[in-house]
Design a protein around this ligand. Structure first.
Ligand SMILES: *[C@@H]1O[C@H](CO)[C@@H](O)[C@H](O)[C@H]1NC(C)=O
Ligand SMILES: *[C@@H]1O[C@H](CO)[C@@H](O)[C@H](O)[C@H]1NC(C)=O
Ligand SMILES: *[C@@H]1O[C@H](CO)[C@@H](O)[C@H](O)[C@H]1NC(C)=O
Ligand SMILES: *[C@@H]1O[C@H](CO)[C@@H](O)[C@H](O)[C@H]1NC(C)=O
Ligand SMILES: *[C@@H]1O[C@H](CO)[C@@H](O)[C@H](O)[C@H]1NC(C)=O
Ligand SMILES: [Zn+2]
Length: 278
């Protein structure tokens, strides 16, 4: 090679590398930008804007019974008989949506009864930190178990159980999923078969819980959701929380929707002398 062609060769190589680098970052940006919504305050797709992003998401902005809320000044009620909970082990899939990590049951994972209506367990997912606060206190993590009624005559067809966690000892249920969650880090849209997962292993029973009418806390923010948030706060390790944060994309490391106006809604605090199932 002459020194001139050598020089041209080096220049061409540098240009090629530069091109690859730019192309790669453009592609990475596109992948990051196909998010439907995010949790970044002030961002064009942040929580304050959710209701404007799609017509079907209008409830996020105009709804009067939105979630989460601060749970305080509740009416105390006593449970005369425990609400029935009948969960079953069933095949499940772990999913990374980019904004949260969830476990979806493919088969029948059992159900709960509220006011005589049966709600089937569909999926669960985690928020870090907690979405609901109790008397102004925010916890480190909140688990949502989402149940649906298949009865078309039922007015409120979704029931969510919220379980709060503070940093402490290991959570046994998350510990079982450790490897599967690790394999989904930054892998938006991917999923893993978990085999049989028993919802009873979550140990979500609590002697008392808050109950109020609210909404989904992610778009479309649909209302008519019967919320039950346990008063019993469970433990989760810092590493387990960090793993969940690491697994989702950067815009959802803190995936708790801000508190919503209560708007004169009743909050009931149900107390029991025996575990109620949740
Ligand atoms: C779970 O899935 C496996 C394979 O996909 C299947 O063989 C098994 O019967 C399923 N178990 C239940 C309880 O559905
Ligand atoms: C349960 O039923 C009673 C009486 O029908 C009603 O007042 C109450 O709002 C219902 N609670 C829920 C959570 O649906
Ligand atoms: C359904 O929710 C409404 C509020 O959205 C509430 O007034 C009503 O009591 C609930 N009905 C049942 C049967 O749970
Ligand atoms: C979870 O998995 C990670 C990486 O796969 C490992 O470093 C860590 O020790 C595991 N933690 C537990 C509690 O099993
Ligand atoms: C959480 O851990 C503390 C000790 O760190 C323990 O006293 C408490 O009972 C645990 N809570 C639950 C709900 O297991
Ligand atoms: Zn949730």
């Amino acid at each position: 090679m002459t020194s001139q062609s050598k020089c041209t060769y080096i220049l061409a190589s540098i240009l090629a590398l530069l091109f690859l680098f730019v192309a790669k970052s453009v592609i990475a940006k596109e992948i990051e930008d196909d998010r439907e919504f995010d949790y970044i305050k002030g961002s064009p797709k942040g929580p304050e804007k959710w209701g404007e992003l799609k017509l079907e998401w209008a409830a996020c902005k105009h709804g009067k019974m939105q979630s989460p809320i601060d749970l305080s000044n509740a009416r105390v009620k006593f449970i005369s008989q425990p609400e029935i909970r009948n969960y079953k082990p069933s095949n499940a899939t772990l999913k990374n949506s980019g904004h949260d990590i969830s476990v979806s049951w493919n088969g029948d994972a059992g159900s709960i009864f509220i006011n005589g209506t049966e709600y089937h367990l569909q999926e669960l997912h985690w928020h870090t930190p907690s979405e609901h606060t109790i008397n102004g206190i925010r916890y480190d993590m909140e688990l949502h178990m989402v149940h649906k009624s298949s009865d078309l005559n039922v007015q409120n067809r979704t029931a969510v159980i919220g379980v709060l966690y503070k940093i402490g000892r290991l959570d046994e249920f998350l510990a079982k999923l450790n490897e599967s969650i690790s394999s989904l880090i930054d892998k938006k849209g991917e999923e893993r078969d978990l085999g049989i997962i028993d919802p009873n292993d979550i140990q979500a029973e609590s002697q008392s819980y808050y109950r109020y009418m609210g909404s989904l806390t992610t778009p479309p923010c649909d209302e008519g959701v019967i919320w039950s948030v346990n008063t019993k706060v469970k433990n989760v390790s810092r590493n387990q929380i960090n793993l969940l944060k690491e697994a989702v994309l950067d815009y959802a490391k803190e995936n708790a929707r801000p508190l919503q106006p209560r708007n004169n809604r009743d909050i009931d605090l149900y107390l029991s002398r025996y575990p109620t199932g949740y």
